[in-house]
Ligand binder design. Structure first.
Ligand SMILES: [Zn+2]
Length: 329
């Protein structure tokens, strides 16, 4: 069963999340494998996408935010786009667009950052977004300070967290065709009695970057977790092995209905709006060419078909004077 475990280190400004996705992850893979047009992911793509799903789940579990967390990589290699999306109730979905051949042991940069043009974006899309309001998005490159390519997704995301939140973060991620898992350790901003208000607290927080001894010790322990251990050991064993000398406060695990599971938010209604967005001219030309408008969901494999009558209805509902295609962009 897929599960999320949150914990605090007693008396220390450090918290952690451990995520282990099994059924939620394998359903994504099965749906992809049975999609006729694409077939199963090549192994290196599968590993990357699994790490992305684990990371997005960790980040969603680590924030208080009522909206979707979307982790995307815009690649300049054979993987053009990889997306992992996690809702606040931990419904999740993921997909990758692969064009071209993938070497069996392809590295992160061989997949998405061949010419150092690859980018990673983290988007927070609030549920109650007002019309015209843009979701918050942060974008980081896939290279370091010296433009050296980063070969670990965890390092890309640690860099993002430090930049966007001024918080030291340690991530360990791993995925195979059965499990996608991750461990996140983060230094908490200082709060409480000694906090005299915004600027002093912010300054103190920034002064603590990279130097808090408790965080450093725990981060080293977390980093000793091997990929193989993360994939094969159960949560209790991992936490005991890593942190047996630390006092942890554990929270109720999130699993089952409250935990991470596959869920796709696509619907016939949403696809109808997309067809409306194409404009009547474009929709009619597709109809003339193929007899129907067929739209497949990249995430879950659902196929939506609209014949001439369905399409006419979409535009009739939208108003008696449908917009010309040139006006809809
Ligand atoms: Zn779908």
């Amino acid at each position: 069963m897929s599960e999320i475990h949150k914990f605090l280190f007693d008396g220390l400004p450090v918290r952690g999340v451990l995520v282990r996705l099994t059924d939620a992850w394998t359903e994504i893979l099965q749906r992809r494998a049975s999609a006729g047009k694409t077939g199963a992911y090549p192994e290196p793509v599968l590993n990357l996408l699994g790490e992305m799903v684990a990371a997005a789940t960790l980040m969603q579990a680590n924030i208080k935010f009522n909206g979707a967390l979307i982790l995307q990589i815009f690649g300049d290699g054979p993987v053009k786009l990889a997306v992992a999306e996690v809702q606040p109730d931990f419904g999740l979905r993921a997909t990758a667009t692969v064009i071209g051949d993938i070497a069996p042991q392809a590295s992160l940069s061989e997949l998405v950052n061949v010419g150092n043009e690859g980018k990673c974006a983290i988007t927070l899309d609030p549920r109650s977004r007002l019309p015209g309001q843009q979701p918050y998005q942060g974008v980081v490159p896939l290279f370091g300070d010296q433009r050296e390519k980063i070969e670990d997704l965890s390092k890309v995301l640690e860099h993002y967290m430090l930049q966007s939140e001024q918080l030291d973060t340690t991530l360990v991620l791993a995925a195979d065709d059965k499990v996608a898992a991750g461990l996140l350790i983060q230094r908490l901003p200082m709060q409480g009695a000694g906090n005299l208000g915004g600027s002093a607290a912010t300054q103190h927080n920034e002064d603590q970057i990279g130097v808090n001894e408790d965080y450093q010790r725990i981060a080293i322990l977390a980093s000793s977790l091997k990929r193989e251990e993360l994939l094969t050991l159960d949560v209790e064993t991992i936490l005991r092995r890593l942190f047996w000398e630390e006092a942890l406060t554990r929270f109720e695990p999130l699993a089952g209905d409250a935990g991470p599971r596959f869920a796709c938010s696509c619907s016939r209604e949403r696809v109808s709006r997309m067809i409306l967005g194409l404009g009547q001219d474009e929709a009619q030309s597709i109809l003339a060419e193929r007899g129907e408008v067929e739209v497949g969901c990249e995430f879950c494999g659902a196929q939506y078909r609209f014949d001439a009558i369905d399409v006419a209805q979409i535009f009739r509902k939208a108003g008696d004077v449908p917009p010309a295609s040139s006006e809809v962009q």
